[in-house]
Design a protein around this ligand. Structure first.
Ligand SMILES: [Zn+2]
Ligand SMILES: [Zn+2]
Length: 629
């Protein structure tokens, strides 16, 4: 395609056709997203971006952030702006409102309405480039201190001499861009919520008000998105957990869940699945102390790299620490005897309770906690055994996740982070070993450069839940450092001393977090095999109480997890309450059932199943559980 010298992306789109000229939002030039209005260099490879392209939503969401800032400054004069990026599923902007202005959720609609006026006005986004001195003058004149600080930082850290500004309507922002051609391209916008956020994430600096929103190319897309949010709310484990008697959280111990009877049963059921994998794969189980001498954490490298997240305590003359990881305990166990190469790989598993001092602000139900149990294991092996062991771990993860209804497992390989122990050569070797293991299995994986643990590279496993959300669960981490630090050895076939490699692996990660993910995945409606209470017995009247008790006892004896509603309520009320308990089965017993020595079975999934003998029902539940249903 031939274009005149100095032609822009918009000219290129128009040259292809009038339809594309209308649909064009931006342009990709040599792999970089740019404004349509940017002049093209001769011979550049270009692609026009329209609302069908994945980058397009990000683009109009960033546009929407600027429009929100425009609307906020119009409604609340004197408000200072900071930054407003597009994020996953939407955008935000952080504002410093004047002291006498109090903005709450109730004001979001008003701001949204003001945004719509500017969107309908289809204001163009206009870019200009100005020398930094001039840009500082402009923003100082407007009292926009945060922008001035950002520009000064750009000068200092990157030696920037010219910055770009983007205008929409009366609002002009410091911004790298790119932006869409005009505000009219945002077809649907919604502001979701308000939150506090420190300027530059620094607790010592100004507390700002962050407004979250989202934008789409159509009303319909926005509605679908809001619908998904509603579904997620209905599944929120923080609401379902207490409702279903699974767990509770208390002010007395932030981030440390209290497990209620149903939740404790759930954890045991999950643990039993992990145990089955351990037995099948030749793991040995150990249990090591939760509190260990601080010296050990110096030896392990945790003190150096991890102490900010650790709890320390003093006991007599000793400084102790609550363990944030289980590895050093496993190393002491390995080190307690001499090992021959014939014993390798030695696989030591531990359901290890760990504590991490997370900031209160990041705690989130069971998903981000301060105390949790890892289904941890440490495999000590030779370098030659790494690929087989990693393959075995991957297989265990596939089997285990499928059992819980997760078939879509995403794998990520993370490499050396900035803050790390060990030599270049050790890291290269460890990364090569993990890559080999994945490639030998023909697995697809994503590369995550710089995201490894401080002691070695790792493979992370993500599941996709019923709402299509991705959760990181399992991990498999290679470690050449800790065996060095603990001077671990085995005797080789050559009768010489050798250093083993250590693999840290967790199949589910945190048991508590996994339980939280399961609650949301199943919306609290667990399959029969996993339901903490599989059936509830509901006597119709007080005169059926004795018979109901005998039914419950018979089922318990048959290994069914059952509860009995002994209250003197009407059976209608009992059924309604049982609905909220999300039990797979309700068993109603009245005159007819008592006489026939039977129960009336109502399955949540299959509806009324009619009367059947207790033993028949028990056999049915056992068969379903065995089939993983
Ligand atoms: Zn911007
Ligand atoms: Zn470990």
């Amino acid at each position: 395609m031939e274009l005149a010298h100095g032609a822009t992306g918009a000219d290129a789109a128009a040259a292809i056709g009038p339809g594309l000229a209308k649909a064009a939002l931006a342009i990709v030039v040599d792999g970089e997203l740019r404004d349509l209005a940017a002049p093209l260099a001769d011979g550049a490879a270009i692609a026009i971006v329209t609302d069908r392209d994945p980058e397009a939503l990000q683009l109009i969401r960033h546009d929407a952030a600027h429009v929100m800032a425009e609307a906020v400054q119009e409604l609340y004069p004197g408000t200072k702006v900071t930054i407003g990026p597009a994020i996953e599923n939407g955008f935000y902007y952080d504002f410093d409102f004047p002291e006498d202005v109090k903005v709450s959720d109730a004001d979001l609609e008003k701001i949204e309405a003001a945004m719509r006026v500017h969107i309908e006005a289809d204001e163009p986004f206009e870019r200009r480039e100005v020398p930094v001195v001039e840009a500082i003058e402009i923003f100082e004149g407007q009292g926009e201190d945060y922008k001035v600080e950002l520009i000064r930082d750009l000068i200092e850290s990157q030696g920037v001499e010219v910055v770009s500004l983007y205008r929409n309507g009366p609002f002009e922002d410091l911004c790298r861009g790119p932006h869409g051609p005009s505000t009219g391209r945002i077809k649907a916008v919604k502001l979701n919520s308000l939150a506090g956020a420190y300027w530059r994430g620094d607790e010592k600096r100004q507390m700002l008000t962050r407004i979250y929103g989202t934008a789409f190319f159509s009303r319909k897309d926005l509605e679908q998105h809001l619908e998904r949010i509603e579904q997620a709310k209905a599944r929120d484990h923080r609401r379902l957990g207490p409702q279903l008697g699974i767990f509770m959280l208390r002010e007395e111990a932030p981030g440390m869940p209290f497990w209620l009877p149903n939740g404790t049963t759930l954890l045991h059921l999950i643990e039993e699945e992990v145990q089955a994998q351990l037995r099948r794969r030749g793991y040995k189980e150990i249990a090591t102390p939760q509190v260990l001498d601080e010296e050990l954490w110096h030896r392990s490298g945790h003190w150096e790299n991890y102490r900010d997240a650790m709890y320390f305590m003093q006991s007599d003359e000793r400084r102790l620490a609550l363990r944030p990881m289980n590895c050093p305990g496993a190393c002491l166990v390995f080190d307690s005897e001499r090992h021959s190469y014939r014993e390798l790989p030695l696989r030591l598993a531990e359901f290890g309770r760990v504590s991490r001092n997370e900031r209160e602000g990041v705690l989130h139900g069971l998903l981000r906690v301060r105390a949790f149990t890892q289904d941890d294991a440490h495999v000590y092996c030779t370098e030659e055994q790494i690929a087989d062991e990693v393959a075995d771990i991957c297989e265990a993860i596939d089997e285990l996740y499928a059992r819980f209804g997760f078939d879509d497992v995403r794998v990520e390989l993370s490499t050396r982070p900035e803050k790390s122990m060990g030599t270049e050569e050790q890291w290269a070797k460890a990364e090569a070993a993990l890559t080999e293991a994945l490639e030998r299995q023909g697995r697809e994986y994503e590369l995550n450069p710089g995201d490894g643990a401080f002691y070695g590279p790792k493979i992370d496993f993500h599941v996709t839940d019923a709402l299509g959300r991705s959760w990181q669960c399992g991990t498999c981490q290679l470690d050449f450092q800790m065996p060095d630090r603990f001077d671990l050895t085995y005797v080789g076939a050559d009768d010489q001393s050798h250093r083993p490699v250590m693999i840290h692996r967790a199949l589910l990660g945190s048991m508590e977090r996994f339980a939280g993910i399961l609650i949301e995945h199943y919306a609290g409606r667990f399959p029969v095999w996993l339901a903490p209470v599989q059936a509830i017995v509901l006597p119709v009247a007080d005169r059926h109480a004795e018979y109901a008790k005998s039914v419950a006892a018979e089922l318990r004896a048959a290994g069914i997890r059952v509860e009995l509603d002994e209250r003197s309520e009407s059976v209608g009320k009992k059924v309604r309450d049982a609905e909220l308990g999300h039990y797979p089965y309700m068993l109603v017993v009245g005159d007819r059932e008592q006489e026939a020595d039977a129960i009336a079975v109502r399955s949540h999934e299959e509806g009324e199943l009619g009367a059947m003998p207790v033993a028949e029902f028990a056999a049915r539940v056992r068969a379903q559980s065995a089939a993983g249903r």
